[in-house]
Design a protein around this ligand. Structure first.
Ligand code: NAP
Length: 281
């Protein structure tokens, strides 16, 4: 009797990895488009990461997502597919091409696609933006806003040297501003992005006075647990258009799925409801 062919298999690796919603997203698309395949979670401890990557081709995986804390380390272990990701030094999506493991970062794409879906009339090239944070996610978002030709990208972070380093790495039009200078930076911005961990479950809320922000400015929070952060509540109460972090999470998954399974999936309201229910449960 001949054995059934193995289904294509992708996964997310992280440590811990139980919190990742990526399997829900990708398995939803596999079901929706009736594509044979599966997407798993694989817990990989930091001390096992190099061996896992070295033996990737033998694991029966066609590719994987990479989540905390491995994004930077994996970027040093695989071939980077594009110059933007090389600049970032962080990857979240891997795939095998003729036996070579390639990596890219789709976080910035996810942020911009979410922004485009939520506020299609917003064109970064016409605006000054303010990004709070200088960690991995902020890095990807600032680079994406730079590639979208944002007029000026002001960057503030609790640890000022980290914002300075990011601005030095990426160059114009990224300008670091001190946290104490936020009122002026807010007054000049059409888009405020919280890319810090503040506001997520277990962390204090982001305590920033939004009153200097122009009334038509957009407020985006990339935190998605909880979905409705104190920042977004305050922004909505002041009449700002507000964007939560789930859109970025869903859209960053699109390029990986397309590469592994050959079809560009859609970020549908039904998918969003599925993840919202899971986040609430
Ligand atoms: P990270 O590299 O650890 O960076 C954390 C950032 O938050 C740094 O700028 C850090 O400032 C700041 N921060 C942390 N605690 C703070 C505090 N008590 N006061 C002031 N600033 C504080 O993390 P990351 O990967 O960039 O992730 C940041 C957030 O984005 C997390 O909540 C994560 O869940 C979320 N995220 C969302 C998506 C999505 O798809 N929606 C994707 C990636 C990440 P310092 O430099 O001063 O430490």
């Amino acid at each position: 009797m001949s054995r059934a062919p193995e289904q294509p298999r992708a996964a997310v690796i992280g440590w811990p990895v139980a919190h990742s919603r990526s399997p829900l997203i990708h398995n939803y698309w596999l079901d929706l488009y009736r594509i044979p395949g599966r997407y798993d979670r694989i817990a990989v401890a930091p001390e096992d990461l190099a061996a896992f990557i070295a033996g990737f081709a033998e694991q029966g995986l066609i590719g994987c997502n990479v989540t905390v804390p491995h994004k930077e380390q994996v970027a040093r272990l695989v071939s980077i597919a594009d110059p933007e990701t090389r600049r970032l030094g962080s990857v979240n999506t891997l795939w095998l091409a003729d036996g070579t493991l390639l990596g890219t970062s789709t976080d910035g794409h996810g942020f911009l696609a979410s922004l485009r879906q939520a506020v299609p009339d917003f064109h970064a090239c016409e605006h000054d933006v303010l990004v709070l944070g200088a960690g991995g996610a902020a890095r990807a978002i600032v680079a994406a806003l730079q590639s979208a030709s944002a007029r000026r990208i002001r960057l503030a972070n609790r640890t000022a040297e980290r914002a300075q380093r990011l601005a030095d790495d990426l160059g114009a039009p990224v300008v670091p501003v001190p946290w104490a200078g936020l009122p002026d930076a807010l007054a000049a911005s059409s888009l405020l992005v919280n890319a810090t961990a503040l506001g997520m479950t277990g962390k204090p809320p982001l305590a920033v006075d939004l009153s200097p922000l122009p009334s038509d400015a957009i407020v985006a929070d990339i935190v998605y647990a909880p979905l409705e952060t104190e920042l977004l509540k305050t922004a909505r109460a002041r009449g700002h258009r507000a964007i939560d972090g789930l859109g970025m999470l869903l859209h960053q998954a699109v390029p990986g799925f397309e590469r592994w399974f050959g079809l560009k999936p859609e970020v549908t309201p039904e998918l969003r409801r599925l993840i919202v229910r899971d986040l609430a449960g």
